[in-house]
Design a protein around this ligand. Sequence first.
Ligand code: CA
Length: 235
Amino acid sequence: MKKVLVLEDEKSIRDFVVLNLSRAGYEIIEADTGERALELFDASPDIDIAVLDVMLPGIDGFEVCKSIRASNQKVGIIMLTAKAQETDKVTGLMNGADDYVAKPFSPLELIVRVDSLYRRVMMMKGVTETPVSKDELSYPPFQLNTKSRILTKNGKKIELTQVEYQLVKLFMEHVGSAFSREEIFKNVWGDSFSGDKHKIVDVNIRRLRLKIEDDASSPTYIQTVWGFGYRWGNE
Ligand code: CA
């Protein structure tokens, strides 16, 4: 379920936001103060997006944003700023907000921004809108989505080159299987090459290890099979 926290002290605006986001398919959690929003956020760690008004009676929206961001990098945060306050959007983005919507806004404007941020949040989490699918390869703490070609480790995206992606995919599709350098080369680069295949494989494995291993000098995911090649995992 797509879950949104809506923080707004003015009831008419809050109702307007809640109504429109509910219609767009979001489950809403409402708060009228920053303090309450933080309580609700702690109680529901599965919130995907927080829509935060800036001007509030107690702690303001920026403080709420900063505080949420300190404990959660993945949640999407949109600030509701006053149109006259150009500095609000800068302050918001500096405090960790992802986007802002200036008041007054139309339902469409709001939904477009929330939808697009929601998609980004899901990409970051490495899941598609249908989380369990054949496009997902899982080897905790890794998730590889073969549709979006995104690899995450503990939910954090790891930037891969296309070659590195092909290597990870090959390994994650065959956990525990040892591949010779020849086989790896053929799978990733194809047949038409006459250079030093072993060296190319080794260099790329080394580079990939730097990105994915906890400690690239003693790799635990991509294991070396001495005199042969490489294998993903221990078994
Ligand atoms: Ca307000």
